[in-house]
Design a protein around this ligand. Sequence first.
Ligand code: GLN
Length: 509
Amino acid sequence: MNGADKEEIVTLTASQMAEAMKKGELSSREIVEAELEVTKAVDPKTQSYLATCFNSAFMVADAVDQARALGQDLPDLAGVPIAVKDMIVTKGVETTVASKILKGWVPPYDATCVEKLKENGMPMLGKTNLDEFAQGSSTENSAFHPTFNPWDLERVPGGSGGGSAAAVSSFESPLALGTDTGGSIRQPASFTGSVGMKPTYGRVSRYGAISMASSLDQIGPCARTVEDAAMLFDAIAGYDPKDSTSIPDFPSSALKAAKEGKNGDLSGIRVGIISEAGGEGFSKDVMDGFLRGVNLLSSMGAQIEEQSFPHFLHGIQIYYILMPAEVSSNMSRYDGMRYGLRIMPPDATAASMMAATREQGFGSEVKRRIMLGTYVLSSGQYEKMYVAAQKVRTVIINDFEKAFESFDVLVCPTSPTTAFKAGEVVDPVTMYKNDIATIPANLAGLPAISVPAGLDSLGLPIGFQIMANRQKDELVFKVASALQEAVSKENEGPIWNKVPRLWKSGEND
Ligand code: GLN
């Protein structure tokens, strides 16, 4: 395969790949080969993956190609490769959550969404990097290595799902899965000019997603286009009896909605701008890009109005009470007894073994959150902090309910800034503030997407967030797809296509 072919193949969208395979113009093996070549050249720079599994990907690709040659009816995504965040368990493939405590753990089962990828015949290329246990906003908290932003290798790709976002935006994979507890799919999408969507809580099974904060966690799609994210959403959404919070009998039609959106007609759609998400901390470039996006929605017929949302910015404060409480409880299973790391000090007792294992196995951010969580759940603090935060969570949910009486979607910038430099943010609270605009959707269980709205003065992507009421995921895809199309027209081509080609020497080395 020559360079031109490789470039041509990996820069196709997932739906173009699917189409080309259907027409017999391209085989799944050729796609996986091209991704392998690009990954060999690009991954040493981005460090998107913790591990790759191209051998098994080729086996799946060949099986799909054979089935297609025999004329079998195959799912739309059959043969389209995908990367999976290492927060999601994969049978027979090491799953570490980027933590030393799980290094070497090979799960005996697949997450439900991974089973679905297999049913759809999608070759898995590898497991992507993340902040340890998905705790962070820059992918610098991985116990193994950081990931870098393909737009500027000195910058972070966001987090915690920086590996999935970097893989997708640097053409190492057309699609990826992420998990989003407070913004870990959307903020990395915003930093990398890609699309990331957090589904309604319960629409995608959490079975096999390693728990961070169970009442907030959701698995969702990462892609370069809204249409591709929608296709992947349709493939992974659906009721799962193995997840007690799964929504029953709710068929998805996200791809249809995304295609509708591409027509550019948003007449009748009421869009509320969250006025609080734009003040202190939000950069001028981000706000300019956001407002350009709002104008585009308006030019497509949407009715735009500002909406005050008095408790929106309080979301982050209660998130840092509720999330650590759930983290501290979920992390208690890593005790050196059942799986993962076990450190045996001399003359070990159960307690000293546990202490030594956790001391060496967990990184400092995870330890910080376990301590915070244990504190807010302690008898002196429980009522004052945990219970009070739960009440504020209800207030935020009610605010949303009320807003959705007047609006179909709510919009704001995905994150206050564009990608920052690696090592630049050292204070944890400053880091936490990255998620000020993404957290409220997790607290209320709402569907939300980040789609690029343009580039800032440094040429870095700006993310535009669209939220809708619970179970209105399709509407989110429709509006996002309309916006992506309009932004592409305004920028003479899609934003994702403007990223440096890192496989060419001299590009952003
Ligand atoms: N960045 C947020 C945090 O550090 C969100 C993490 C996530 O969504 N997994 O908690």
